[in-house]
Design a protein. Sequence first.
Length: 632
Amino acid sequence: MLSSVVRRALEKPYPAQIKLGLAGPLGLTVNSYALRLQSRSYASKPKEAELNPEDFPPERIRNFSIIAHIDHGKSTLADRLLELTDTISSAMKNKQVLDKLKVERERGITVKAQTATMVQEYKGEKYLLNLVDTPGHVDFSYEVSRSLAACQGCLLLVDACRGIQAQTLANFHLAFAQDLVIIPVINKIDLPTAEPERVVKQIESLLEMDSSSILQISAKSGMNCEGIIPSIIENIPCPTGNSKAPLRALVVDSWFDTYVGVISLMSIVDGTVKKGSAIMSANTGKRYEITEVGLMRPHGTPTTALYAGQVGYVVCNMKDAHELMSGDTFFDPQEPVEALPGFQVPKPMVFAGLFPMDTDDFTRLQEAITKLTLNDSSVQVKKETSTALGQGWRIGFLGTLHMDVFRQRLEQEYGAEVIITQPNVLYKERKTELLEPMVLATIVSPSDCLGQLLELCNSRRGEQQDLSYIDDTRVLLRFRMPMAEVVTDFYDELKSRSAGYASFDYEEMGYEHSDLVKMDVLLNSKPVDALAVIMHRSKTRYAGRELAAKLKRVIQRQLFEVAIQTSVNNKVIARETVSALRKNVTAKCYGGDVTRKMKLLNKQKEGKKRMKSIGSVQLSQDAFYTLMSKDK
C-alpha cells in the first residue's frame, strides 16, 4: 500500500514540503523519499536495466585495471573507455567520472580504486568488460594490489613526456608478481613535449617488453583510443570460473550506506549470487540474506544475479561495519567451500595520534572512523589516551599522504573536527638495543639533479644501493634509508630539489639496530610526556632547539618565568625562556621617595619566586595542535 501511494505521489508535481498523509511514525514527505532514492549510489538507470549478466559466460568477460604513476592519465583514460562503450554520454567527457570522492576532485588524484562495467560488441559477440581505475601514489599501493586480485590483466600507462617513473616500476612488478597480462600504453602523445620514441626504448630496456605490443594514444583527445578495447579482448584472458559450481565470492572492497548498511564489492570466482538467496562469511561464520545485487555502470545498477567471472556489488542486510573485512570469502551455507587466499594484511609505516577537537564528540568520531576504515581497510586503529589531548586513537597509515587524506575524508564525509599529531614510526626494543624500520627508496630523476639528490639522501642517513642511467637524461637511484627520515618532509624536499621532476617510491626492508635516544621536553624542570620523541642521536641538537623555539611561541606568558628545556639522558641540549608577565605595581605611586617604589618591586619579586615554585604550565589543545604542525 505504501509503495503505490508513494509512486502515485512522485508522478504528480507536488511541492517538496507537502506530506503524504500517512499515519503512524513514518511521516515521509515526497521530497524526502525521492531524495532517499536519488542518494543511493547504486540507484538504477532505465536504459541500463536491460543488461542481463546471464548473457555473459566467463569466456566473454574481461576483468582489467589501469595502473600507472600519479598524474599519467589513468582517470582520463577510464573516462574515454566509458565513453567509447556508451556507458557514459559524451557530455561527461574528461569529467573524471570514477573520481567520486570530494577529496579526489579537490586534490586531482585518485585515492580509491573504483570499478565500472562496460559492454562492447567485438566481431559479432558482446563482451562484458570490468574496469578498475587504481590510484598511482605509493601511499595507496594496497588499493592497487586488491584491485589486481580481481583482474586477469592490466593497462600499464606511461606518460609520453615524463617516461617511466618510480611508481610505474612498482606497479609493473606488482602486476608481474600476480601473473597478469600487461598491455603497455603510452599516453599524451599529442603534447608538444612528447617523446614517444624515447619512452618506447625505456619500456623495452627497463620492463623488457616487446615494442610491437605498445599502444600510443592521447586519452584526453581520444587519439588512437579505439584500438584499446580490441587489444584488451584479444590479449587479456577470460576468468576461469564455473557458474554451476558452489559459490565462492571474494570481497574486494566495501562501503557504508546510511539506508541499507554495508555494501560489498565482490568478485564472483565460482557459482552464482542471486537476490533473495543466503550467503555466509568464512571469516565470521554469520549468515545473511541478499536483498540486492548489481553492476557498477559506473553507478550501481541492480540485476537479478551475478555469475562466475563478474565483479559487482552485493547488499545483504549487514548493519554492523565490524562484520566485514576485505579479502573475506562468502559462500552458500548449504555448500561450504574452502576460503580463498584473500589479501596480505598491509603493514602500516606511519603512525599518528587522532583526537576529537571536542571531547564530547568522542563517540560520534568513533562511529565515523569505523565506517571510514570499512572503505579503507589498510588503516590500523587502536585506542590510546594522551595527557594533553584526552581519549583518542593511535592510527597506522601507509604514508603521510594517506594520513592527510584520511583526515580530510573524516572532515568532509562525516563532519568530524579532529586533531592529528605529527607522524612517527614504530620502533622495536630488543634487550638493550633499539631497532628502527628501514625502507628501500627508489628515485627516478633528471640526471642534472643527481648531485642535489645524493646530498639529500646522505643527509637523511641513506646508504646508496644502486645508481643507473635509464637513458641520457634520466637516472635511477636506490637508497636504503630509515623510515623515520622519509615520513616527514623528505618527499617535499625531493620535489623542491628536482623542480618537481623526480618521482619516489619505497618498500619495507625490515628493522635494524640504530643509535636511538629519547628526547624529553621539560617546562620549569617538569617533563611533559606528551611531547617526548624518539630520534637518532645525531638529530637531537637541531630538533631540540627547533622544538624549544616553537614552544616559546605557543606558550602564553604567565605571571612567572617559564623555562623550556629539551634534554637527552638528563643532559640539557637546548633552552628557551618565556619572560614573566609583569604587573605594574607602582602605577599608583605618584612622586614621593623612591624607596617606596623599590619596596613594592621587591615584594613583587619575592611573590614571583613563590609562584614559580608552586605554579604549573598548561598547554591548551590549540597550542598542542600548533606544535604538531610543520610550520616553523
